[in-house]
Design a protein around this ligand. Structure first.
Ligand SMILES: Nc1nc2c(ncn2[C@@H]2O[C@H](COP(=O)(O)OP(=O)(O)O)[C@@H](O)[C@H]2O)c(=O)[nH]1
Ligand SMILES: [Mg+2]
Length: 320
């Protein structure tokens, strides 16, 4: 089985769709009841309806810029025929959100080619508590299930608990973890991990980092140094810089995305904790504003609660 073939499996798995629907429950409830209220008693899409809709999108954490874009498109679309009913408006809104998402990053994870890189190196970044280590554990599990040899590097050496937590995930999913004592140089851990991955012929390396957002220059230096040593061992590494964002933080997630994309070459996003929040709309705004593909979504704390982000499924689920 090729790299990342587990994607294909997911497409047909009804339990994945179920988990997504369940994970988005809170977002959907908020979204829907608000839309229903926004258009209650109206038989046409007038300025008031559009204003209400705008408010719904903004309060669903889609973000102001993206909301205005969506409203403008709906305005243009209904300008000819203002007499659309609620279900038609729902359809138009769904359609526009889907279009917007597909314009922003046409690359669905399925289409990415990983086969040329061995080991394929993923550096995971993001502020404390967003779900980096958990996402790494879940991802390692999926990759291992699909027959790949995976190794994890505990380069979040800032807190002892962080190293232990990764080791625990390593035990749970039965993958090797390279670690040094707390306070060690994160770059040295990354170096060791890559070197041993090459020696062992492992397929995927995932490096956990502390990603402390002390200040931009500090972050840039820290991540830059890790990248540099990686390249000494595996030219072109890291192939993926995965920024993890916690959906439940809403607008803070936008700010973190801004800071991290300025500090390093983030080329993939994971949005976690969609299950616990009504702020799932952040995915729409972040995709639109940063044009970085959302690859993974976290819909729970369990080992199986990581999914590939599928725009169409996501929007369908949101409007179900
Ligand atoms: N409900 C839920 N909790 C999550 C998800 N991802 C991570 N968490 C929880 O978020 C907390 C912080 O996660 P952790 O991986 O330690 O974050 P890190 O500091 O970025 O490494 C933990 O309690 C995780 O169980 C998710 O998708 N859904
Ligand atoms: Mg961690």
């Amino acid at each position: 089985m090729g790299l990342f073939d587990f994607f294909k499996k997911k497409e047909t798995a009804p339990e994945a769709q179920e988990a997504l629907d369940k994970g988005l429950e809170k977002t959907k409830e908020g979204f829907f009841s608000k839309i229903t209220k926004a258009v209650a008693g109206k038989s046409s899409v007038d300025d008031e309806v559009l204003d209400n809709l705008e408010e719904v999108l903004v309060t669903s954490d889609v973000g102001v810029t993206t909301t205005l874009k969506i409203i403008k498109r709906i305005e243009e679309r209904v300008s000819k025929d203002k007499y659309v009913n609620t279900s038609e408006l729902n359809f138009i809104l769904r359609d526009e959100i889907q279009l917007l998402l597909s314009e922003n990053n046409s690359n669905d994870f399925r289409q990415f080619e990983y086969g040329d890189h061995k080991p394929y190196v993923i550096m995971v970044v993001g502020v404390n508590g967003v779900g980096k280590t958990t996402t790494i554990g879940k991802l390692a599990h999926k990759l291992k299930e699909s027959g790949l040899k995976v190794v994890l590097g505990a380069a979040d050496t800032f807190r002892a608990a962080a190293v232990d937590q990764l080791k625990l995930w390593g035990q749970r999913v039965d993958v090797r973890v390279v670690a040094q004592p707390m306070g060690s140089d994160p770059a040295a851990v990354a170096f060791d991990t890559l070197q041993s991955a090459v020696a062992n012929g492992e397929d995927v390396v995932i490096i956990d980092t502390a990603g402390r957002l002390h200040n931009k220059v500090g972050l840039m230096n820290e991540l830059g140094k890790i990248k540099q040593v990686m390249q000494k061992v595996v030219p072109g590494a890291p192939h993926e810089i995965l920024l993890v964002l916690d959906a439940s933080t809403g607008q803070n997630a936008f700010e973190q995305c801004k800071q991290f994309t300025e500090a390093t070459d983030v080329n993939a996003l994971a949005i976690t904790k969609l299950d616990g929040t009504a702020k799932g709309g952040v995915i729409i705004g972040i995709s639109d504003q940063f044009k970085i593909p959302v690859k993974y979504i976290g819909v729970g704390e369990k080992i199986g609660d990581l999914q590939l982000f599928d725009k169409k499924e996501f929007v369908n689920s949101l409007f179900k």
